[in-house]
Design a protein around this ligand. Structure first.
Ligand SMILES: NC(=O)c1ccc[n+]([C@@H]2O[C@H](COP(=O)([O-])OP(=O)(O)OC[C@H]3O[C@@H](n4cnc5c(N)ncnc54)[C@H](OP(=O)(O)O)[C@@H]3O)[C@@H](O)[C@H]2O)c1
Length: 316
């Protein structure tokens, strides 16, 4: 498992961090372990507390983050982003304000543009910086960022993004990173549904899931993603990495963008409704990879764990 190397911090900037859910915790942990001066807030404070052992400061009030140089945010939806950033800046007038906000949640283009307008109006630089990868991917040092906003701000934030993951792609001005992330997650949904379909087809025809996925993962069609979903598909460990609700949100953002730009998205539309069906069946608390279970049910197959030791391809 890769951890950030103990080197001098990339710059002297002080960091504020909002949100230590599955993703935010693992991201902030890499900055703290890397020796950054980082102060963290989470609505449920207990989830942030373990970061103290890596040198992070954990605060009770969001307002205490208003004087950090760079403020990172990783919560759920745009409504949540608006609420937490608003509160964090509320004390701004008296105490000061961050030089920059780096917003990493998966949110809409419209929400992101509104946030940019508000922040830039206050003289705060803003980067849209959504990510690809789950918490396990972050721990393995393999998270990636799509970033948009002023190029100079990106260059300032880049050393910290490099500490969190394996790199960032600067995709242009404004909210372009949001559409990149939305496209990415639409692909995630469609690929997962397709992987579920072919895995169940192979199994019903008599091929064990581990054998089928072993072949697929070694082929040109195998990917980091198919490899790291393999243990879940083989052994039915659906401990949540990304919830069906969050995936549905991203499919909806993709379909909204398709309508706005007049791009037909038939596969995305179908997949969105299959995710909806899964949610309707009450399958909301496990990983979205339970699309496999839905596919098995629809095929009259009762799934059992294969109890095979299979790698996730993430170890370096
Ligand atoms: N999981 C993935 O694989 C993945 C991958 C890429 C991108 N993303 C995106 O990353 C974001 C976070 O995902 P996650 O999986 O880390 O979600 P999560 O585990 O559910 O964490 C959500 C975080 O947001 C906080 N939050 C939500 N609403 C809030 C509010 N109104 N006020 C204050 N805090 C609030 C939560 O605080 P509490 O702890 O108090 O609930 C928690 O810290 C989402 O936008 C998601 O789409 C996720």
């Amino acid at each position: 498992m890769q951890t950030p190397t103990k080197q001098p911090t990339p710059t002297k900037e002080t960091l504020g961090w909002i949100g230590t859910g599955r993703m935010g915790y693992a991201m902030a942990e890499r900055l703290a372990k890397g020796g950054c001066d980082i102060t963290v807030w989470n609505r449920t404070k207990s989830k942030a507390e373990p970061l103290k052992q890596h040198g992070a400061k954990v605060v009770n009030q969001l307002e205490e983050l208003s004087t950090r140089d760079i403020l990172f945010c990783m919560v759920s939806t745009y409504e949540d982003v608006k609420e937490v950033i608003g509160k964090a800046l509320a004390a701004g007038g008296n105490k000061g304000k961050p030089k920059m906000v780096v917003e990493c949640s998966s949110i809409s283009l419209e929400g992101s543009a509104e946030l940019r307008k508000n922040l830039e109006g206050k003289g705060i630089q803003y980067l849209a910086a959504p990510v690809s990868g789950n918490a396990k991917v972050i721990k393995a040092g393999k998270l990636t960022f799509a970033v948009s906003g002023p190029k100079a701000a990106y260059e300032k934030a880049r050393p910290f993004l490099d500490m969190i993951g394996q790199g960032s792609s600067y995709v242009g001005e404004g909210e372009l990173a949001r559409i990149v992330k939305i496209c990415h997650n639409v692909f995630l949904g469609v690929v997962t549904q397709s992987l579920a379909e072919i895995t169940i087809l192979a199994q019903k025809a008599g091929v064990p899931r581990h054998a089928f996925l072993d072949f697929l993962n070694k082929s040109v069609m195998g990917s980091t993603f198919t490899r790291y979903k393999t243990p879940a598909f083989v052994n039915l460990d659906f401990k949540v990495t990304f919830t069906p609700h969050l995936l549905r949100k991203d499919m909806d953002l993709g379909l909204d963008a398709g309508r706005e730009f007049e791009v037909p998205m038939p596969l995305a539309a179908l997949t969105r409704d299959l995710i909806q069906q899964m949610i309707g069946h009450g399958m909301t608390e496990q990983d979205f990879a339970t699309l496999l279970v839905m596919q098995a049910k629809a095929s009259g197959l009762e799934l059992k764990p294969e109890n095979k030791e299979v790698g996730d391809g993430l170890a370096s």
